[in-house]
Structures are given as C-alpha cells and as structure tokens.
Design a protein around this ligand. Structure first.
Ligand SMILES: *[C@@H]1O[C@H](CO)[C@@H](O)[C@H](O)[C@H]1NC(C)=O
Ligand SMILES: *[C@@H]1O[C@H](CO)[C@@H](O)[C@H](O)[C@H]1NC(C)=O
Ligand SMILES: *[C@@H]1O[C@H](CO)[C@@H](O)[C@H](O)[C@H]1NC(C)=O
Length: 375
C-alpha cells in the first residue's frame, strides 16, 4: 500500500517534469521557418486565385529546360504556328488602324507569343498594346515609337491583357482606337475595363529580360525556333503596299515612305529564294496572305535583319504582389498554433514513453515482491 503511494508520487513527478520539458522545449519550427511557410502559403493562395497562373507555376521547370535547349540543325522551313499551334496570338494579325503605333502592336504580339510558348501554352493571352501606348511615357505614341523601350517596360512594369478593338470584351485594357484618330492618347489608367473581372495587378504579365540581334540570320533563326517569334523593323517602300504573295524584295526605284514594325515567325525557301515569314500590324486585309508576308532572307532586305528585338517571359509573378499585409497575421497565427500543438504532442509523447517505462518498472518490482514473499 505504502509502496504504491510512493509510486504514484513518482508518476506525478514524472508527468510534471514532462510537461515542464514540453513547455520549455524550443519550438519545432523556428521563426524563420514560420515566415517562410507563411510566404509559401500566401503565394500558393494567390496563385489559386488564378488557376492558369498556378498550373503554369507547377510546370515551370519543364518549360525552362525546354526553351534553353538549342537545336543543332536549322531546318529549311519553319513556321512557329505549326510548332506551337495552341498559342492563339501566333495566328492573329494585329491591326493598329489609324494610330500608327506599330511598335506597340508588334511588341505586344511578340510578347504574347513568347509568354504562351515559354509557358508551354498555359498563359495563352493577348497582351495590351494600349497599355504600352498610354502608360509607357517614353516609348512613343501614334506614328513612332521605340520598341526597345517597350520591351524594357514589359520587364519593369509588366503588361495587362487587351484585345485590338474599341468595345472589345477581350482583356483588361482593350485597344481604344477604332476608326478615327485619337483626339489625344488616353491617359494611363491603372485599372481594367468595366466588363473585366480580374484586378489590374492580378492581370499583369512580366518579361524577364530582352535583347537585340543585329544582322545575324542563324542566331535569329535559332532564337525563333527555341523561344518564339521576334520583333523586327521594316523600311517601308511604296511597292510594299502592293504586296500580294511570293518573296518581297523592294524595287530600287520604289520610294521610301516610312518605317514599320513586324513580327518574324518563320522562314523557308521559295523557288530557290530564301525568305522570312513575317506578319504586319495592319490587319488581315493587307496583302494576299491575310496580313502575313514573305521577305528576302539573308540580305538585310529593307532593314529586316538590322533591328531584331526579343526577350523572355517572366515565369513567377512579381515578387511585390506575393505577400499582402491583410492576410499575413492570419497565416502567421495559424502556423504559430500548429507549432504549439506540435510542442504539446511532443510532451504527450514523452509522457507516454515515461508511463510505459514506469509501468514496466513497477511490474518488475511486483514480480520481485511476489517471489520474495514465500521466503
Ligand atoms: C518539354 O520537355 C518535356 C520533358 O523533357 C517533354 O515531356 C515536353 O513535351 C516538352 N514540351 C515541349 C513543349 O516541348
Ligand atoms: C468573370 O466573368 C466571367 C464571365 O464574364 C464569369 O464566368 C466568371 O465567373 C467571373 N469570375 C469572377 C471571379 O467573378
Ligand atoms: C551569329 O551568331 C552566332 C551565334 O550567336 C555566332 O556564332 C556567329 O558568329 C554570329 N555571326 C555573325 C556574322 O556575327
């Protein structure tokens, strides 16, 4: 009887010390781990808001490795539309109409193609030339513009989505010009069209970097094959307006009338003449190939090889938008309580082990007593 009492005192002492140990044990998760978990959880939540971006995130490793692989052989014929058929912007012919912002249209079209290609078809959107026209203050406007600055803007500020025409329900920032000249270029508005239900920040897609390729045919071809179409400049001679089909080469007698921006999406050889496959930003009414055209390749015809610009799409969303102050404490405290729960269960585990040892110990003692009793 007396011995049992001693044992129970021992048991409570053990239990007490276990609880004290569990309370003073350092948390299983350090503060740093907690913060890390919170950020991971937060970005996962943000990505969930937009499943296309989330899916993209999951497959980014795969897409990165695919587009850094460089093909060893340049084929005789190549058409980006056949290689990446699901990217809708590759099939589209942009139309800047009366505001001659070809620089913005060719840039937005090339960026959209590359975003789709480099995301393995998961970010299949049309980026907004209107945002370049309105929001990139030093890019240019109707008439002329600097395509390098447009690519820089994509890297720094990102572009929202937006279709071509006034009143279009496509995207956050559809093109506002329809048939008349803008009276003045619309001011930059950091918001989306009324009928668009994704937030402006949520709708931004960023570039990772950009570069130029100067008069290097094979380098341009390799870049198109691996990363997608490139933007190029084109000197416009009067005879270009009469283009129907075949490989364009300007007539030396034809008058130089201006400069435009196009997209190169492939190449080939027709009747022994090598050509680039390109598309204007003048709508599908241009020429006899629904807005597409072929131009002599390898001779810098009309400056087509002199100012090639391209870049890579950013895979993750902008870091500044991955955490928001409002939901941070909620996550923090929920993870905090998980950590406390883990401490408590660690304590319970020690108590269980302790009591097992305790009962084994007392059983041994009892057995000893039993054998001792007869003597
Ligand atoms: C990317 O690479 C993976 C594995 O190497 C392959 O399964 C996938 O089809 C490739 N995607 C494209 C678009 O080539
Ligand atoms: C956004 O609008 C589309 C149709 O316009 C609708 O199907 C979709 O549920 C809306 N999404 C949200 C988050 O309101
Ligand atoms: C074109 O680019 C390739 C690959 O970057 C390079 O090896 C080659 O020397 C360049 N050719 C010229 C003429 O610059």
């Amino acid at each position: 009887m007396c011995r049992f009492k001693d044992n129970s005192v021992l048991f409570y002492l053990l239990l007490f010390s276990c609880l004290v140990t569990s309370y003073t044990t350092p948390p299983i998760l350090s503060e740093k781990d907690i913060i890390k978990l919170v950020i991971e959880k937060q970005s996962a939540r943000e990505l969930q808001l937009s499943s296309r971006k989330r899916k993209y995130e999951l497959s980014k490793q795969e897409s990165i490795s695919n587009f850094t692989v460089q093909p060893e052989v340049i084929p005789e014929f190549f058409d980006a539309r056949n290689k990446w058929p699901k990217c809708k912007s590759l099939h589209k012919v942009r139309n800047h109409k009366m505001c001659g912002a070809g620089w913005a249209f060719a840039a937005a079209a090339t960026m959209s193609d590359r975003l789709c290609i480099q995301s393995d078809g998961q970010l299949n959107v049309e980026l907004s030339p209107q945002e370049l026209i309105s929001c990139c203050a030093d890019c240019g406007g109707c008439g002329t513009g600097n395509s390098l600055k447009a690519w820089q803007f994509w890297v720094d500020k990102g572009l929202v989505t937006g279709g071509d025409y006034d009143g279009s329900v496509e995207g956050c920032k559809p093109y506002l010009e329809s048939t008349a000249h803008y009276r003045e270029i619309p001011v930059c508005n950091e918001g989306c069209a009324d009928n668009y239900n994704t937030s402006y920040q949520e709708d931004k897609y960023f570039g990772k970097d950009f570069y130029t390729i100067k008069k290097n045919v094979s380098q341009t071809q390799i870049d198109i094959m691996t990363n997608g179409p490139v933007q190029a400049g084109l000197e416009v001679y009067e005879d270009f307006f009469k283009y129907k089909r075949g490989v364009y080469r300007h007539n030396a007698a034809s008058k130089h009338v201006g400069y435009t921006h196009v997209k190169l999406l492939g190449w080939g050889v027709q009747r022994n003449v090598p050509y680039w496959l390109a598309v204007t930003t003048w709508g599908s009414e241009f020429g006899g190939l629904s807005g597409f055209f072929k131009i002599l390749r390898g001779k810098n015809e009309a400056g087509i090889e002199a100012n090639v610009v391209a870049g890579q799409a950013q895979i993750v969303r902008s870091p500044s938008s991955t955490t928001s102050a409002t939901s941070f404490p909620v996550c923090f405290y929920s993870i905090r309580s998980i950590s406390i729960m883990m401490r408590v269960s660690w304590g319970a585990f020690i108590v269980t082990i302790g009591s097992i040892f305790f009962s084994l110990f007392s059983m041994t003692k009892k057995r000893v007593n039993f054998y001792q009793r007869p003597s």
